[in-house]
Design a binder for this molecule. Structure first.
Ligand code: SAM
Length: 295
């Protein structure tokens, strides 16, 4: 030995997989996932180059809710034999979320081979007029909150990302009817208002819609003290499910299973839009699954 680490230890992902591959180290990995060690492990995973899936598993990015949604969308595309998907942020404001989504999409595209187009929707001038009653929470938001510096943001966006300026009441139907974008794979909803969220969800109602059978979603304004089922994004989801026959939105069940930080608050805000009409038409082409046999 020349004092250098053997090559297979050089990459943190390799350490992780090497450790997981023998029994003593498996216990060490498990220990690394326990408090307080997991905080140190996460700091290391954040700092050193690791696969994007490892970063997602450990919440080792600024917006794990976006990264986990995009990875699941790409995996779903592979399952469905789809080569291109679209991912969205509705409500862009300064653009930090959109830039993160763009960055994660680039990494997930490299990891999975699924091509990913990114779309951001915003008025550009902040929150629009409210609907006039409790449903838009006039106790929280006022028109013109969160304006955008459009040119500054545009100058930082890469070609995979399109910024659509205007009220979603108009831009969403136009986009669905005219754009012919790849199937919707992941949607982050951060438009704050009930009325705006209703318009965003037109994405799944218009006859020209294109979506994966399962679309992962993040709803930002669902876990504050002022949130309830009778206003805001939660009311928009509830009404969507009453009105929509073919697509239903439900909580993302089991998302916390096997996660290192299973108590992270963002997990509660993850949903899935299920295209139940397309699911009902699906015929599996795989061989019959075998029984697990007697133990
Ligand atoms: C909280 S900010 C978004 C923050 C951003 N997602 C982030 O993480 O940095 C909410 C944004 O939603 C946008 N918005 C609300 N209603 C809208 C509508 N009807 N059409 C387009 N944009 C809307 C506002 O302009 C505002 O910029």
């Amino acid at each position: 030995m020349n004092g250098k680490r053997p090559r297979r230890y050089a990459h943190p992902d390799n350490i992780y997989h090497y450790m997981a591959s023998n029994r003593i180290s498996e216990s060490l990995v498990r220990l690394a996932m326990e408090p307080p060690f997991r905080l140190f492990a996460r700091a290391a995973i954040k700092r050193f180059p690791c696969s994007i899936r490892t970063k997602a598993k450990w919440d080792a990015v600024d917006r794990p809710q976006y990264l986990v949604g995009v990875i699941a969308a790409a995996d779903e595309a592979i399952r469905e034999g789809v080569g291109d998907i679209s991912v969205f942020e509705f409500g862009v404001a300064g653009g930090n979320g959109l830039l993160a989504l763009e960055n994660y999409s680039e990494s997930v595209e490299k990891e999975t081979g699924v091509r990913i187009s990114v779309f951001g929707f915003d008025t550009g001038t902040g929150i629009p007029e409210l609907c006039g009653d409790h449903r838009d929470h006039p106790d929280q938001w006022r028109p013109q909150d969160y304006p955008m510096e459009e040119e500054k943001l545009r100058s930082r966006l890469k070609p995979r990302t399109t910024l659509l300026i205007g009220d979603v009441a108009e831009t969403v139907p136009r986009f669905v009817r005219e754009k012919q974008a790849p199937s919707v794979g992941f949607v982050a909803v951060d438009v704050d208002l009930y009325s705006s969220t209703k318009h965003v969800l037109q994405l799944f109602l218009l006859p020209e819609k294109r979506m994966l059978r399962r679309v992962t979603m993040y709803f930002d304004d669902t876990d504050f003290i002022f949130n309830h089922r009778f206003a805001g994004e939660l009311l928009a989801i509830h009404e969507f499910n009453s009105e929509s026959r073919n697509v239903k939105i439900d909580r993302w069940r089991g998302i916390a299973n096997r996660r290192v930080f299973a108590e992270s608050p963002w997990l509660e805000k993850m949903y899935v839009a299920h295209d139940i009409e397309a699911i009902g038409r699906t015929q599996l082409r795989r061989a019959v699954a075998s029984d697990l046999g007697l133990l």
